[in-house]
Write a protein that binds this ligand. Structure first.
Ligand code: IVH
Length: 675
């Protein structure tokens, strides 16, 4: 055998292996080998192909990026037009769609529908001949689109050759090219770093990436593909149902959605819609609704089309997550530690399923980054339970009367000067506990559920107590009497007695709750617990200097500085004295033993959690003996990743660290009595 024949054999074997692993990874979501091993296979194939250029073929996994840039896209005529979908926006409209379908079919009972997420990307048609990808095109006007073969070939989840043993002669796969959130954010972050233009949303990013004449640019973009239908089909018979067609495509090696279900009748469709609306925020990619398709292809044919949309399918859209509105003005709120937060007052707008009229702007850097002026037209986004955000200004629509937004010189509540430290994003009211806003927030925090937990001492009541000068600080709470309380608005004797009982109960607490309740800057629950465990008693903590404080896990110079500064203020010491005199007490601090379920384990939290904040999760993990750290390293044992997790998760995966999702965390906490 010649050396060339040897190489040809090895090349073929490598291509087979790589195709198989692509299929496991992209279609089945079930990779067999680590990425490093995959990279080795690919590199070996590249090496052999470089040595034997005559053996390179267009469907080789190395040939995703072909020749240089195109001058322009060629046009492609679709053999079967690519239709669009009619939209419905409410339950009633979906029921009306179902009624029309049943009337036309003369079917009283329910119709089966194939339910699919409506991916928010770009529709693409891909033609496979004898299993080899020969052409990919955009939808265009439905009749003719653009030839984007070179770009689509760069998308890793698109097979260049179907791994099926006997693929059909000609098969047109239709589906969506889209960009998952994580890739989108990462790409925008890099673009911003380089001072380049960022994309507004993942759909625009996907469309922009496919429209590149140079496929090397597309190759660098994190695009994915998912199929939702068939077009041309020669050499195989058409499956009898839409769900069957998608199952068949998956068998042929094409990626389809893992969320597909067949629903019997409109009620099941509505239940699917509701379920997916809840899951929406947890998905890796954007969906903007659900597509319902009559499952039976025979019934589809009987129903036919009207103009450019089928009568047998409909898109039930989710409420939009982004809407346009007017920024009426910016107000400045004062927080517990005096931090001054600009808050956008908006003309009320229905977005993400609720009416939004306020959105936090975080700080003045954010106002400058957005280039906001009062009176501007802005885009407001609300996704899932995430707080509403102003994401963008439509500068081209700026009104002549738009006004600049300036940080106030004096605190809007107490009039004390506003200060901003060198290099700090946050401006603060210098009034300290003289400031009524800070008083209220400090009291609210002290009484909150995870601090001293005074049930019934809510925002409205605190507002009255502070405004009337009855309560100025947290120690005053313990001097309240029934007569004073009963005299307040919306308070009777009964609720006054109830509140006094809750205040009395709050005196039995724990050292960590007490420390957390004091509201020192940067001392959240996890840090309060670490301080309590390390020092054991309040006296020992009060006596500690910055150096000793930094012996505590995860306490650095900044936190230590805040703690020292807090205890150095005579008024704060006096306040603590009064609280103790009022009878606040706690049992001796328990340290978790070596037998604690997470003793000796370092855990990192990343992304957003739904059931609790990261801070709360950290505190519960710490109670089970874990050390909660901020960054992932080789010494990390577990990474808990919620949606939106980015570089920390990627690092954990690269290091082979155990990763839990929120469900696993909740399960672990409940099994160990920490929920
Ligand atoms: S079916 C004959 N299914 O939505 C039906 N479309 O508004 C043609 N889309 O152009 C489309 N997910 O880009 C279908 N599961 C899905 C889809 C889907 C997203 C997009 C597609 C289409 C547009 C129609």
């Amino acid at each position: 055998m010649s050396p060339g024949a040897d190489a040809a054999g090895e090349i073929e074997r490598l291509r087979e292996q790589i195709r198989h692993h692509n299929h496991r990874y992209y279609v089945l979501d079930d990779p067999l080998i680590p990425d490093s091993e995959y990279d080795r296979l690919l590199r070996r194939l590249q090496e052999l192909e470089r040595a034997h250029p005559e053996l390179v073929s267009a469907d080789s996994p190395t040939q995703r990026v072909g020749a240089g840039p195109l001058a322009a896209f060629a046009t492609v005529r679709h053999e079967i037009p690519m239709l669009s979908l009619d939209n419905v926006f409410s339950e009633d409209e979906l029921r009306a769609f179902d009624r029309r379908v049943r009337e036309r079919l003369g079917d009283e009972a329910g119709v089966d529908y194939c339910c699919e997420p409506k991916l928010d990307g770009v529709a693409v048609s891909m033609l496979y001949e004898q299993g080899v990808l020969v052409r990919a095109a955009t939808r265009g006007d439905g009749t003719t689109g653009e030839d984007i073969t070179a770009n689509v070939r760069t998308i890793a989840s698109v097979p260049l050759r179907l791994p099926a043993a006997v693929p059909p002669q000609r098969l047109e796969v239709r589906g969506e090219v889209y960009m998952p959130h994580r890739g989108f954010e990462e790409m925008n972050r890099r673009a911003a770093q380089r001072g380049e233009k960022t994309f507004v949303n993942p759909r625009n990013a996907a469309a922009g990436s496919l429209r590149q004449l140079d496929p090397r640019i597309t190759a660098a973009r994190p695009l994915e593909f998912c199929a939702y239908g068939l077009g041309v089909l020669d050499g195989a018979s058409m499956p009898a149902t839409q769900s069957g067609a998608l199952a068949w495509l998956r068998e042929l090696g094409v990626r389809t959605s893992g969320e597909l279900r067949v629903a019997r009748g409109v009620e099941e469709c509505l239940a699917y819609y509701a379920r997916m609306q809840e899951r929406r925020a947890a998905l890796r990619y954007d969906i903007d609704g659900i597509v319902f398709k009559v499952d039976s292809v025979a019934l589809q044919q009987r129903l036919g089309f009207v103009s450019r949309a089928p009568r047998w399918a409909v898109a039930h859209k989710f409420p939009a997550q982004e809407e346009m509105t007017t920024l009426l003005g910016v107000e400045f709120q004062v927080g517990r530690t005096g931090a001054i937060t600009p808050v956008a007052r908006l003309a009320p707008v229905f977005v993400g399923g609720v009416t939004v009229s306020n959105a936090t702007l975080h700080n003045m850097d954010e106002v400058r980054r957005l280039g906001l002026m009062a009176g501007d037209t802005v885009i407001v986004r609300r996704a899932g339970d995430v707080i509403p955000q102003v994401v963008r200004v439509l500068e081209e629509q700026r009104a002549p009367h738009a006004r600049a937004i300036a940080l106030p010189v004096n605190c809007p509540v107490c009039g004390s000067p506003v200060e901003q430290g060198e290099g700090e994003a946050v401006a603060r009211c210098s009034g300290g506990l003289v400031c009524a806003a800070q008083q209220k927030e400090t009291i609210r925090h002290f009484a909150s559920r995870r601090a001293l937990d005074i049930e019934g001492l809510g925002e409205k009541l605190i507002e009255q107590l502070v405004d009337q000068g009855v309560v100025r600080n947290v120690a005053d709470i313990y001097a309240l009497d029934e007569a004073t309380l009963a005299g307040l608005e919306r308070m009777g004797e009964k609720s006054a007695r109830k509140l006094l009982a809750a205040i009395a109960r709050s005196k039995r607490t724990t050292l960590d709750r007490f420390l957390y309740g004091l509201g020192m800057r940067e001392v959240g629950e996890a840090t309060a617990l670490a301080l309590a465990r390390h020092f054991g008693t309040l006296e020992a903590l009060l006596a500690a200097d910055a150096g000793e404080l930094q012996q505590v896990p995860d306490v650095g110079p900044v936190v230590a500085g805040h703690v020292v500064a807090f205890f150095a203020v005579p008024e704060n010491r006096a306040l603590i004295g009064r609280l103790l005199e009022a009878g606040i007490a706690w049992p001796a601090v328990e340290k978790p033993g070596a037998s604690a379920p997470l003793a000796g384990k370092t855990v990192v939290l990343t992304g957003t959690l739904e059931a609790m904040t990261r801070e709360e999760a950290g505190e519960r993990l710490a109670r089970l003996g874990a050390k909660v750290a901020g960054s992932v390293s080789a010494r990390t044992h577990i990474v808990i990743a919620g949606p939106g997790a980015g570089s920390k998760l990627a690092r954990a995966e690269a290091l082979g660290i155990e990763v839990w999702d929120e469900a696993q965390l909740l399960d672990f906490l409940s099994r160990n009595g920490a929920d």
